[in-house]
Ligand binder design. Structure first.
Ligand code: PEP
Length: 256
């Protein structure tokens, strides 16, 4: 198997003041040993990006934005561009999260344009894809996920294609307490890798990290991370408390 560095990301959504974000980051760094075999990514709200960047003191901790506008600047009240996120010290930006798609009407085309903007400014997108409950029940999971990935990655060069992080997040599992079983998640991850390989190149797809997201908790983290095609996790609710996120960061796996 390719050597894919596990990536564990905390998506705080619209939670935490600057002070709370800083003390969480300090505590997590104190309570975990620096590691070369995993990467921890913190995605605070925009207001806390700079403060969290200043608090990060280890190379295994990285900073992510939760969203990004596709234009560089202009009359887009309330939006933040990739130029600004790079300036704030972001390494990654989460793009196409299901809450952005479903609550804020983001289309596949918008997701594609944001992804291009993030790469253009030297950051790495974490592209979220995933089916709704209705789509799972009517048997269209693979079709939906395949279309979301294909449209998002149009025109990427080989280096970008290799760097891209994909997060499979079944919408029915996000914030619901219902986790996909490790088998269900593995099945979709393997499918995404195979299709991504057909789209770009097999060796690129073998090096691409595919994260799982959807009600990840301390008690299911190890079985998820044991799956051969699950290379990390995107964690919402359970990333808000240091103790639960610490256990997730310290996942144990027998995977070689
Ligand atoms: C998410 O926000 O991407 C997520 C997976 O949330 P939760 O872990 O709360 O389901």
């Amino acid at each position: 198997m390719e050597n894919r560095l596990p990536l564990i990301a905390a998506n705080w959504k619209m939670h935490k003041t600057i002070g709370e974000a800083v003390s969480f980051t300090e505590d997590l760094q104190k309570e975990t040993a620096p590691s070369v075999d995993r990467e921890v990514v913190i995605a605070p709200p925009f207001t806390a990006l700079d403060a969290v960047r200043r608090t990060i003191s280890r190379p295994d901790f990285k900073l992510a934005a939760q969203n990004c506008h596709c234009e560089e600047q202009g009359a887009f009240t309330g939006e933040i561009s990739a130029v600004m996120l790079k300036d704030a010290g972001c390494d990654y930006a989460i793009i196409g999260h299901s809450e952005r798609r479903h609550l804020f009407g983001e289309t596949d085309d918008m997701v594609h344009r944001k992804l291009v903007a993030v790469f253009r400014h030297g950051m790495v997108p974490i592209l979220c894809v995933g089916e709704t409950l209705e789509q799972r029940e009517d048997g269209s999971t693979f079709k939906v996920v395949d279309a979301q990935v294909q449209q998002a990655v149009l025109g990427l060069n080989p280096q970008e294609a290799r760097l891209l992080v994909i997060a499979y997040e079944p919408v029915w599992a996000i914030g619901t307490g219902k986790t996909a079983t490790p088998g269900q998640a593995q099945e979709v991850h393997a499918f995404i890798r195979e299709r991504y390989g057909a789209l770009c190149d097999k060796s690129v797809a073998n090096a691409t990290r595919i994260l799982y997201g959807g009600s990840v908790k301390p008690d299911n983290v190890d079985s998820l991370m044991d799956q051969p095609d699950i290379d990390g996790l995107l964690v919402g609710g359970a990333s808000l408390e240091v103790n639960s996120f610490k256990r997730i960061v310290q996942f144990k796996t027998t995977k070689k």
